[in-house]
Design a protein around this ligand. Sequence first.
Ligand SMILES: Cc1cc2nc3c(=O)[nH]c(=O)nc-3n(C[C@H](O)[C@H](O)[C@H](O)COP(=O)(O)O)c2cc1C
Length: 318
Amino acid sequence: MNLSELYEKGERVISEQSYGLLLEGVETGFVLANNRRVMERYTFRQSVIDASEATTKCQVLGVELGTPVIMSALTMPIPAIAENGLMKVALGLKETGSLMWTGTPVPGNLKEIAATGVPLASTVKPFKDRKKIFEELERFQDAGVTWAGVEIDVGYGTKIKDRPIVSDCAPLSLAELKEIRKAVSGTLIFKGVLSGIDASKSIEAGADAIVASNHGAHTLDYLPHPFQVMEEIMEVARGNTVVIVDGGFRRGSDVIKGLALGASLVGLGRPVLYALAADGQNGIQSLITEITAELSRIMALVGAKDPASVNQDILIRD
Ligand SMILES: Cc1cc2nc3c(=O)[nH]c(=O)nc-3n(C[C@H](O)[C@H](O)[C@H](O)COP(=O)(O)O)c2cc1C
């Protein structure tokens, strides 16, 4: 199945289910619409003379990947979409040289997922019961996850349309983030940075990477798309921490914009759900393969030889 078919079928299948609500945005729906609006402000500076093939291979935080296109943090509603859904996602991502990322709830079979050999990131919410955060971080490390993280942006929970979804959370302080740093011996990621101030505090706390994200429109209404704050984030992050971005990325043409604005990796949330619903493990493989092929084609046409060499010069902004 090509990307258009995957998306069309996946959206149709999911929208007919009760968990279809999980794909909506908070309150007015502004954030979801704005994500696409901002993405579409950028077009490409073509450079075809002397164009040559590009590679999408990259190494980020010691992990070799075949593509900078990875999964964003999520668990729900994967088990409801397909039987053994999390394993299907893991195997599909592994096959394509991508990375898997679990969210809430932390899957019971995390060890089994990690044992597939897929590079695996896992994040925990800032639960009011702080003990639970540290327990989950320990569980991640016992399971052998590649990167462990905390969702710093859900201190006031998540909300979809008018309905609160997760509410047992409270904002983390800088001092608590430093404690979390001490509890994680490997790579530590803070997800949900949308300003230079939070990027700077994340670096001070010792984050190896940050995810510039508006949490897929599940926290505050009227949050910007990460691209709108990428400059201030990159100003403090460049050379100090790795930046990953997500929010509204659907095609290779979107991914290259994320790389151009400074991200090392680009995450896909809803597309993973659509692909799984449309065609199971094959759907996941098609999703990553197709987006990566689009990315590689565009890289060649803008004169970028690998993901790390994609920079802002390739973009023309409205
Ligand atoms: C159904 C659903 C569940 C999600 N669950 C989590 C989660 O548990 N933890 C988290 O950090 N982000 C979660 N997210 C947000 C994603 O990690 C990601 O930031 C967002 O979906 C990216 O935008 P996109 O869906 O437009 O690709 C979820 C998103 C969706 C759509």
